[in-house]
Design a binder for this molecule. Structure first.
Ligand SMILES: *Cc1c(COP(=O)(O)O)cnc(C)c1O
Length: 360
């Protein structure tokens, strides 16, 4: 078996142990005589699988029964409008920090559905190459939304954002979800598409404080209302059953290590690549402020687009795939999510040194 070093931004690498466990149980799940894909979502066996995913996530986020964990379809992108639909009433203002493509889309979506929305801070002035160090809320904020890791630009908040006690904090954690210890209790709502850090595509985790039900818009189409899904423990309709099963396995894999260790490992992994950049005398150029560098998506440029194309091509031949930057920004990007092994970033760091020697 040969596995590539997979630096894809998403869908992304999964832990080998998890894939092997899925494989072992694929056609006959633990002697039940059927695949998880073939189970009724109402069956006892599936309910156990589902509960493992929910409860492991709650433990990892340190939240209790005052929170609900939902697994919804539609991707993180659907949350861009579900959030304001549910939690921004007419007389309030949805607040956003704009730190990149996804954060900006969330803001625009609130405007699109006719909500009052306010940019509390933005780093657009310098092409999102840094994180704003302060923000200014509007009057009557419904909530403050921010994106903890900017997948395309390569910046990341390394601590939970501090907000006044009465301000509802909401985060899109899609691309650094559970990559470090997080206190879930600081958040009213967290959402994350699974396919970056916790599983395959097809499910979006939404962690939501249950008392917010009181504030929710009561006149929404059934499927658009968080309350529908909270009331039925994410089983109002058929949930993405197979992705949730795999997510449960990935979350247990994370819990076994502990989030502190996951963070240490992610720091160690990213250092191989950032060191190659910083020791290159300017051959490789990081695209963001050092203090805001992401541990999950490492973005850099080479002296010319021709060299970038050559770099990506030769890396691929050496077994390192998906190093092309997002089509909107160009350059190179190595995504180094939880499941990417240390050997992969070590290999890339060495490849970068070597490539520079030959072409610098
Ligand atoms: C990928 C990504 C999204 C979009 O996720 P989909 O599941 O494709 O809708 C949203 N936010 C962030 C931060 C992302 O990285």
């Amino acid at each position: 078996m040969k596995r590539i070093h997979n630096f894809s931004a998403g869908p992304a690498v999964l832990p080998l142990e998890v894939l092997q466990e899925v494989q072992k149980d694929l056609v006959d799940y633990k002697g039940k005589g059927l695949s998880v894909m073939e189970m009724s979502h109402r069956s006892k066996d599936y309910q156990e699988i589902f509960d493992v995913a929910v409860n492991t996530m709650k433990r990892l986020l340190n939240v209790g029964d005052d929170y609900s964990v939902l697994f919804l379809g539609g991707g993180a992108s659907t949350q861009f409008y579900m959030l304001p639909l549910n939690l921004c009433p007419e007389d309030k203002v949805a607040n956003y920090i704009n730190t990149g493509e996804w954060a900006g889309k969330a803001y625009k979506e609130a405007l699109k559905i006719g909500k009052q929305a306010h940019l509390a801070a933005t780093s657009e002035d310098k092409k999102f190459s840094y994180l704003p160090k302060s923000f200014e809320l509007s009057e009557n904020p419904a909530y403050l939304h921010y994106c903890t890791n900017n997948t395309i630009y390569g910046t990341e908040y390394h601590k939970d954002l501090e907000v006044p006690k009465d301000v509802l904090l909401v985060a899109d954690m899609s691309s650094d979800f559970l990559s470090r210890p997080v206190d879930g209790n600081k958040y009213g709502l967290i959402y994350a598409g699974a396919q970056k850090n916790i599983g395959p595509a097809g499910a979006t985790a939404v962690v939501i404080r249950r008392d917010l039900i009181e504030r929710m818009n009561k006149n929404l189409p059934t499927m658009m209302a968080y309350k529908t899904h909270i009331d039925k423990d994410s089983m109002f309709n058929t949930p993405p059953t197979f992705p949730v099963y795999v997510i449960g396995l990935v979350l247990q894999w994370i819990e076994k290590q502990g989030l502190e260790n996951v963070l240490l490992n992610n720091q160690k992994k990213a250092a191989y690549i950032y060191d190659a950049i910083d020791n290159s005398g300017g051959f490789y150029k990081g695209t963001v402020e050092k203090e805001d560098r992401s541990l999950m998506n490492i973005t850099f440029r080479l002296p010319s687009e021709e060299l970038e194309a050559q770099f990506i091509d030769e890396a691929k031949k050496a077994g390192m795939n998906n190093l092309k930057g997002h089509r909107s920004v160009g350059g190179c990007r190595a995504s180094t999510y939880n499941s990417l092994p240390l050997e992969s970033t070590k290999a890339l760091g060495e490849f970068m040194d070597d490539f520079q020697k030959k072409n610098g």
